[in-house]
Design a protein around this ligand. Structure first.
Ligand SMILES: C[S@@+](CC[C@H](N)C(=O)[O-])C[C@H]1O[C@@H](n2cnc3c(N)ncnc32)[C@H](O)[C@@H]1O
Length: 365
């Protein structure tokens, strides 16, 4: 399928390196108007801009693209029938120059390396609610302040990982899994799945949403992201954040408090993405899942959807083997990183064909 102008907007929102952005086959006037209206003058990107370092590269790419369209059209056969294209809007050049001089000042002041950035993920609004001022007509969105490095401050939780994108996409395609359900996320990171869940909740009644992580600065970032005015989640009436360490499930001393917590949260649905990445965290992870799925009244109990990025086959099969000892397991789907609808940008160093497995867990019958 050929690229569209919307793909350029999606790439800009998720900081896709410009050299990988496919140029849509459109006339100068259409490309120029789109970039001006939906990117440069879009009030959303004024409030929640991509990082300056990214914008410098993007606007250089965009200006060169528009200039080449303009000169092609000025030379081409169209010139005989219609007026030659206008010049580029001055504001694009000004914006680019201003970014470069701000960056030079920042570098002079000693700041180096990729700075955190807002990321804006878009999807067709369909069943999920969209905010008052959509980033793009007909789309809902999740905007998050994220780290641009794999780890920051010793944690991997300050950026969104591909497994979250895949699980979020699955929930948007099956909103019935989330609507009317009390949801609890383990290892919530910076909040992508929380914002998506909040958007689905907002389209019907809004039961509780619990976001948990062991890392205080991660949970703090998640809180800030969930409450950004542009995210539907900011009006969620029953939003809860909890510091929760999975290893508590293995500690006889801490286990009673953990069980009390799960009785309070009473989740119907437990979510988790990119949690089984290290052999040492598999026993605590499997045991916290079992504890969460034991909560609630009798009946079938809660369900968990866990998205696993298969980086190491041994770690993955270890996770499955241990999970099968305590839980009922259904392998619902295998995706690749490239199959997500939000971005073409894979994680740093990640292969777009890398597998992400989605598992559904329940209590053992
Ligand atoms: C790779 S990140 C994934 C973040 C998010 N789920 C995503 O997919 O974007 C792993 C997350 O699990 C959290 N985590 C790791 N070990 C944990 C533990 N023992 N208890 C609770 N959270 C933990 C980390 O703090 C981090 O936020």
């Amino acid at each position: 399928m050929s690229a569209s102008l919307f793909d350029v907007l999606r790439a800009y929102g998720t900081l896709q390196p410009p050299k990988g952005i496919e140029k849509p086959d459109v006339p100068f006037a259409a490309a120029h108007e789109f970039l001006l209206k939906h990117l440069l003058l879009n009030p959303h990107f004024d409030d929640y801009p991509p990082s300056r370092q990214y914008q410098i590269k993007f606007w250089k790419w965009a200006i060169e693209w528009l200039e080449s369209l303009m000169s092609d059209e000025a030379r081409g056969p169209l010139i005989r029938f219609c007026t030659p294209p206008d010049s580029l809007d001055e504001r694009m050049y000004t914006h680019h120059v201003e970014l470069m001089s701000e960056e030079a000042i920042a570098k002079g002041a000693g700041s180096a390396g990729p700075t955190p950035s807002y990321m804006t993920y878009l999807w067709p609004s369909g069943d999920s609610a969209s905010v008052g001022r959509p980033v793009y007509p007909g789309c809902a969105s999740a905007t998050l302040l994220e780290s641009r490095t794999i780890t920051e401050g010793g944690t991997t939780g300050l950026r969104t990982w591909s497994a979250s994108l895949i699980l979020g996409q699955h929930m948007l395609s099956h909103p019935e899994l989330v609507k009317g359900k009390r949801v609890l996320e383990l290892g919530c990171g910076s909040g992508f799945l929380g914002v998506v869940t909040g958007s689905i909740h907002a389209s019907a009644d809004e039961p509780s949403l619990w976001l948990t992580d062991m890392n205080e600065s991660v949970l703090q970032r998640c809180k800030v992201n969930m409450r950004l005015f542009c995210n539907q989640s900011h009006t969620h009436p029953d939003l809860n954040f909890e510091l929760l360490d999975w290893s508590d499930a293995l500690s006889p001393r801490k286990r009673p408090a953990l069980e009390t917590f799960f009785r309070r949260a009473r989740p119907d649905l437990v979510l988790g993405a990119d949690l089984a990445y290290d052999p040492s965290i598999i026993p605590p992870l499997v045991n916290i899942l079992a504890a969460a799925l034991q909560s609630g009244d009798g009946g079938p109990g809660p369900t968990a959807y866990i998205a696993v990025t298969v980086r190491n086959e041994e770690t993955h099969s270890d996770f499955l083997r241990q999970a099968k000892q305590l839980l009922s397991v259904e392998d619902t789907h295998t995706f690749t990183v490239a199959e997500n609808i939000f971005t073409r940008t894979a994680e740093l160093g990640q292969d777009a064909s890398q597998a992400i497995r989605l598992y559904k867990f329940g209590r053992k019958p």
